[in-house]
Write a protein that binds this ligand. Structure first.
Ligand SMILES: [Zn+2]
Length: 186
């Protein structure tokens, strides 16, 4: 399996400045962004999995809207310079093309904690793992992820890993720590 999908990206494990996924695509997902905006781009498998997830949600009458996908190192640097609440360049999962921020009309497409209580937010927490996505920064795990609760930020990690993490309740940080401990104990 391509290791990029399960890769841990955070402050201790940043992406190189020159890391740009070579398979970024815009497959026409419902984005709250104009055509050709780079934030519409996602890594290809991530985009296809998101399309399946969103089309299932549409069949159930929900209105999930994509807000932000890929973000370059340079763009992250600009945002970080403008706001201390933004992840430093290299440490954002959005640079990998594997992360997707979503919202819905019920909260005016905003990235807000209130999204968690919408039908779309509640549905996603249950169904996202079936399509290979995890809620990357859950409530109650802030001391481990070092990131405040973000009910809108989903990360593609493949179906097997997303299922495993959702069944065990582990974050990606805890999973990688366990892998390391297992490797060390032989
Ligand atoms: Zn995000």
């Amino acid at each position: 399996m391509n290791q990029i999908y399960t890769r841990l990206i955070n402050r201790e494990h940043p992406l190189p400045e020159d890391y740009i996924p070579d398979n970024l695509v815009d497959i026409g997902l419902p984005f709250d962004a104009p055509p050709h905006d780079p934030k519409r781009l996602l890594e290809e498998k991530t985009a296809l999995a998101a399309a399946e997830l969103i089309s299932r949600s549409r069949r159930e009458g929900l209105n999930i809207c994509c807000v932000s996908g890929y973000r370059s190192y340079q763009r992250q640097k600009e945002l970080f310079t403008a706001s201390t609440y933004v992840a430093p360049p290299g440490t954002s999962e959005h640079q990998s093309g594997l992360a997707l921020d979503v919202s819905c009309p019920g909260v005016r497409m905003e990235l807000t904690e209130a999204f968690a209580e919408t039908s779309e937010g509640l549905w996603l927490t249950r169904h996202a793992p079936l399509y290979g996505f995890i809620l990357r920064y859950p409530s109650g795990k802030e001391s481990i992820t070092q990131i405040p609760y973000e009910p809108w930020h989903f990360r593609y990690v493949t179906k097997p890993l997303a299922t495993y993490l959702s069944l065990t309740g582990m974050t990606l940080e805890e999973y990688h720590l366990l892998q390391k401990e297992n490797a060390e104990s032989g």
